[in-house]
Design a binder for this molecule. Sequence first.
Ligand SMILES: N[C@@H](CCC(=O)N[C@@H](CS)C(=O)NCC(=O)O)C(=O)O
Length: 223
Amino acid sequence: MVRVHHLENSRSHRVLWLLEELGQPYEVVTYRRDPATLAAPAALRAVHPLGKSPVLEDDGMAPLAESGAILEYLLQRYDLSGRFAPARGTADWVRYLHWLHFAEGSAMTPLLVKLILNRTDKAPWPVRGILRKALMPLRVRVEGQIADQLAYMEAALAQAPHFAGEAFSAADVQMIFVAEASAARGGLNAGSYPKLWDWLTRMRARPGWQRALEKGGALRLGF
Ligand SMILES: N[C@@H](CCC(=O)N[C@@H](CS)C(=O)NCC(=O)O)C(=O)O
């Protein structure tokens, strides 16, 4: 039996979503974030030494961390007819590989730094003012990187309706967290990046995503 160790409001929504699209039965173990630090509870460390989510268990295998690796595992084990990845060796497959890895390998880093910068804005005065001034060069750089990657995603979706081409794939599943984080703190909206926004609207409307939200709780990233 597939078991997902799922932290509320997190990357593990992706795993629930792919399992819903696959129609694969699974069990969800839900963990709550610390309201002050947003950290995962210590109980997750008992499941995997990194103490982060998602973690997947399946038929007695060692617990698997990293959302991209989990999606690939699920496809190789449960998508035997290849519904959620383009055929190997095609141009779409190369696109698929790129976006599957771009999400965590590149896109999330500046979005995470922006999250940390936003939290320094909640420090008491005068610390807030000092931090704001000292961190301004970093903020400018990070916001520039976020804008660059949003423009890059927008250009890809001007060519095709999904990240790996015509068809929906696990690359779209992996990219939703990037898009949701960009909507929460990166300046993504209908006016700024209309193709990416349209893609996000279509992904949010998929019944599989809706069922993932019912099981995993709402995804609200405006921390
Ligand atoms: N690259 C990893 C990142 C895992 C990760 O950072 N997960 C976050 C949730 S979005 C987490 O568990 N945070 C809680 C913590 O660090 O305490 C993946 O894609 O699975």
